[in-house]
Ligand binder design. Sequence first.
Ligand code: SAM
Length: 616
Amino acid sequence: MLEWKDGQPFSARFSDVYFSTESGVEEKRHVFLRGNDLAQRFAALNPGESFCIGETGFGTGLNFLCAWQLFEQTAPPGTSLDFFSTEKFPINDDELRASLAMWPELAVQADALRSCWRHRVPGWNRWHFASGRIRLTLALEDVMQSLPQLRSGSVDAWFLDGFSPAKNPEMWSDEVLAAITHASHQGTTLATYTSAGWVRRSLQAAGFEVQRIPGYGRKWEMVRGSIPVVRSPAARIAPPRRALVIGGGLAGCAAAHAMAQRGIQVALIESASQLASAASGNPRGILHARFGAGMNVLHRFVLAAYGHALALLDEVLPVDGVYRAECGLLQLAATEAEARRIAKLATQEWPPHLLQTVDAAQASALAGLPMTHGGLWFPAGGWVVPPQVCTRLVKHPNITLSLDSEVTLLERTASGWRARGDSFAIEAEQVVVCSAHQARRLAQFAAFPLQPVRGQISVLAATETSGKLHAVLCAEGYCAPAVDGEHVAGATSSFDDDATDVRDADHAENLVRIATHMPTLRQALGDASPLSGRAGVRCSVPGATPVIGEVEQGLYCSLAHGTRGLLTAGIAAEVIASAMCGQMPPLPADILNALAPLPRMGGSGSVVTPDSTGKR
Ligand code: SAM
């Protein structure tokens, strides 16, 4: 909890200030920006290159905003900044607003940070600013959970800002400093306010050469340091100039978007005559983060994906009530198993902006219809029109679209890959395959256990009573509030079925689920039979963890998103685009490993580990 003491944001927990309001941003600039020579280093970047800052203690985000501002002032066009930070005790929305309101010169950056802040989730968050030029990776967890998950050699400069070592020695422990060194490379620098002797000695023991230099204003000293350069560093990975994306559903459109934002020329190839023609083509999709209390790797991935998806949607498809609504979502404790799962989740502490447990009376008020069960309330949940998400994602001058073009062969060339179809051949340095279960038609994916899963939705006519529903309801199946007099309810799940005919039996199944789990809604809907339906084919793999990452050199995939594509396509795109460009990944190494195609899909290639080489 942030408190105010003599007009300064203060932490009672650590009995220390977040920053000094007396000297303010100038002191930040002196210690962290000049302490790491950032103006010169930013200015020396070449187009296509990125720079990575790591920070211990995000606090109010003031350091981040200062670094972002300096980057825009000094770095050449075509360069980008990764800022990684970790924070165990995130401040709330009001505290962030009040703290950053003190710096009008950073108002633009502060407003942008605030609009993402409301989507923060425990664990890792990835947000973009300045049209994607600034990427923030914010691990909301203990420093010792997050830092060891960084790739070795991935950070160029450190801001050590975790309160004073006397007040918060854990942030300066040998383990933390060892993790910092591990994520550093020759030439990585650090800067910190503190000049405590034992911290200097620990930094030296961790491999940094340290130097005391004058602090800001009345502060006598601060410390800067660097890992000595003993041999010339390897070249940074240069982003590809051209890339292909195969598949124009959510996964492919998001991949194209993430690469285009990084300055890559992207050819997006789709076999159908329009985007979002398969599983991403439903008239409505719901934004639903479903995870269990155990928070295994898949659940942590889903949570990170949810926070990322909400922020990405704000960027490309802001809430407008037509293509997207942030009406909230109720996950009903309608079965015993679900009630147990929810009760378990409720024992953990969740930020109320993310989820709240509600009883039946509260659920009724939130839904607008009487509910027989309580459950979980996700205030930022809602619905979107998925094809519109696809359209918006690919609206970028770096993306060219080839429809009616089925890729049947992927072959290596001297400089990358060639995708061939009946009447075309397109070449690029890198390829991302996002064609769901159809990827198996390509030799490189033939052995992947990708399964088609048919799903049918039903469009139901709203009645006067059902029209009162104003939140998405989920149990086994879901129903969205009516738009233009129509509800969308779904969805069935038939494994190993790739037919897209609309079936009465599937409509009946959707209605039975509503009747069983949302009986008051079923009553409100009356007897009318579904107006229409749509069947799409999703792609899944055993275990249901999507398959995201590099398959062989220059060949990536984003596959098996199952029913969660609306959430997971965006962060998958970030995983792939950042790997291609040698940038900070948006997820910790253990999640990246769980998603990686190899060796899970039967291959023998490398996986990302904290020990694998970073960008140098
Ligand atoms: N860089 C911040 C800014 O620009 O506003 C100020 C950071 S403040 C001095 C230190 C931060 O470290 C606090 O926000 C605190 O909650 C966080 N912190 C303390 N112990 C931590 C830990 N073990 N893991 C992660 N964060 C921690």
